[in-house]
Design a protein around this ligand. Structure first.
Ligand code: ADP
Ligand code: MG
Length: 254
């Protein structure tokens, strides 16, 4: 038996993560993640790219403790998620983890400012409302603070979701295609904010199909058919493109 070694600065330590979904009675479960191991350290921005259906969103959910694993292990902040009870996992998610969903997940009855300030309020953080307003300004929504999500465009709702994570002060931010609904300029603005967020003891894990966005990360993981096909360290856009192409071609040929 090996002793537990505290690895300083390691925010995410995932080992051999396997995830399968039941696809209906009598059907074989579909294995979506086939043994993914990866880490995220303090201050890092890690991008996950790969063909559609390769398991990127599923991986993000598993890393953030939103989906149970079939086998393998995910440690966040040095704690094995499987050993945390429901309440401690919920508390960790509330206080230390931010998630930008592809589908925004805003609360329809709350204004933009209330949505952005909600995590801070739930964690009883002092200055939560002020932080929410600051981050809405940072994403260019100072004129929309009192709007309900239903009165905002998809891109604006996405920016509220990003402001919510930035205002929460979460030290580990997961973002699933956060620029997917945005025009080029807003997309770059959001990416810049995420890039700035990944510093000190805060880290960002970004799923994206935007290869230029991925190339701004410290590390890029190329996922293919539920496995890490390549890891690129501070790659150029061309290097990311090449690697994604290779992953896609092999997937198509398989
Ligand atoms: P990506 O984000 O890379 O496009 P996903 O992680 O969303 O890929 O999905 C990977 C595979 O897992 C897909 O084949 C998808 O149909 C399947 N999948 C995802 N979520 C579920 C689910 N809740 N139940 C069954 N299958 C799922
Ligand atoms: Mg996805």
């Amino acid at each position: 038996m090996t002793a537990t070694v505290r690895k300083p600065g390691l925010l995410v330590d995932a080992v051999d993560v396997v995830k399968a979904f039941n696809s209906g009675s009598g059907q074989e479960p579909v294995t979506v993640l086939r043994g993914v191991s990866m880490t995220v350290t303090n201050g890092e921005m890690v991008a996950i790219v790969g063909p559609s259906g390769s398991g990127k969103s599923t991986l993000l959910y598993c890393l953030a403790g939103l989906e149970p694993l079939h086998s393998g292990k995910v440690e966040l902040f040095g704690q094995d998620l499987a050993s945390l009870g429901r309440n401690r996992l919920a508390k960790m998610r509330r206080d230390r983890i931010g998630f930008v969903f592809q589908s925004y997940n805003l609360i329809p009855s709350l204004t933009a400012a209330e949505n952005a300030g909600l995590p801070g309020r739930l964690s009883r953080r002092r200055g939560a409302a002020e932080a929410a307003r600051d981050s809405l300004r940072a994403v260019g929504l100072s004129e929309r603070m009192r709007f309900l999500p239903g009165k905002l465009s998809g891109g604006q709702q996405q920016r509220v979701a990003i402001a919510r994570v930035l205002a929460s002060g979460a030290s580990l931010v997961f973002a699933d295609e956060p620029t997917g609904a945005l025009d080029t300029r807003s997309g770059q603005q959001v990416l810049e904010l995420l890039r700035e967020t990944a510093a000190g003891d805060r880290s960002v894990v970004l799923v994206t199909h935007d290869l230029e966005a991925a190339a701004r990360a410290d590390r890029v993981l190329v996922l293919r058919d539920g496995q890490i096909h390549a890891e690129l360290i501070t790659p150029t856009v061309e290097e990311v493109l090449e690697s994604v192409r290779a992953a896609g071609d092999e997937a198509a040929a398989a």
